[in-house]
Design a protein. Structure first.
Length: 265
């Protein structure tokens, strides 16, 4: 994992070199449309407040739970006994990015969504409420965390979420053998190089031309930087958008020459 200093330096580099986020000089109509209608859509959708209400509850929950440690996701807490509010403060995607996921699903309307890394279900709730016709399959290893997510889904009366508990190494292949096609994948757990690349390859095998991948924390560590470089230059990848804290990947062969954008967000 990069130190806070390294990460800040990288973030400044990103900000200085990225396109300004208004779409000027972006010669891809698809990316221009994405910037205009998805990235910069500043509508305050009603569900934002509802879901953020659940996040607030998690952030003030002082219960201590026993957590199995999966992957390299948590940079702050290493012990097995954890306070809910500490997990909520350190591992959930901030609302800016969770709401971007919402807008992407709302706009591109994927029918079959996968999330690797449910935690308390905040990003899952955004994915679910963005398109109630879609099915969101969300995977979480830690049973105590998964059970809190389940309660949150019930509290929000979400009917289109399937929560699968277990190590991604087992649950992902099982799930993919059942659902066959996946249209949107948010990879937000086990931030290490080889597992990240393995998930990408497994997901690719069940993808269509319009499947969208969102990778979390692509600059979080040397390993994640390497994984991101390999994903960018993978033979299947035709378009990437680097927003620093997430990387978005498109594999549509209609984008004939692979293009890579870094955009301020
Ligand atoms: C960063 S959190 C997910 C946050 C959530 N997407 C959000 O933004 O609301 C990552 C989660 O992935 C789980 N995880 C990490 N590696 C895993 C693995 N190999 N198998 C199953 N779960 C794993 C962790 O237990 C953790 O709860």
């Amino acid at each position: 994992m990069h130190s806070r200093f390294q990460l800040t330096k990288k973030y400044i580099q990103y900000w200085l070199t990225a396109s300004n986020g208004k779409g000027h000089g972006i010669h891809s109509p698809f990316v221009y449309d994405f910037i205009k209608n998805v990235l910069n859509d500043s509508t305050s959708y009603p569900c934002y407040q509802t879901i953020e209400g659940i996040r607030k509850k998690m952030l003030s929950n002082t219960s201590i739970i026993e957590v199995e440690d999966f992957g390299a996701g948590s940079s702050v807490i290493k012990t097995k006994k954890r306070m809910v509010k500490q997990i909520a403060a350190s591992s959930l995607k901030p609302k800016k990015y969770a709401q971007l996921l919402y807008r992407m699903v709302k706009y591109y309307k994927p029918q079959s969504v996968i999330e690797l890394g449910t935690s308390f279900g905040i990003s899952s709730a955004y994915l679910s409420m963005a398109n109630t016709q879609a099915v969101v399959h969300t995977c979480e290893g830690a049973s105590s965390i998964a059970s809190i997510a389940k309660n949150n889904f019930e509290a929000l009366q979400l009917k289109n979420i399937q929560l699968i508990q277990g190590d991604f190494a087992n649950t992902l292949p099982q799930l993919l053998s059942k659902i066959k096609t996946i249209n949107f994948a948010f990879i937000d757990g086990n931030h290490r190089k080889l597992p990240t690349l393995a998930y990408f390859n497994q997901l690719l095998a069940s993808s269509t031309a319009t499947t969208i991948f969102v990778f979390d924390d692509i600059h979080w560590s040397g390993e994640m930087e390497e994984a991101w470089q390999q994903i960018k230059h993978h033979a299947a990848t035709t378009l990437t958008i680097d927003l620093f804290f997430v990387g978005i990947v498109f594999i549509n062969p209609d984008f004939k020459v692979p293009q890579h954008f870094t955009i301020r967000f």
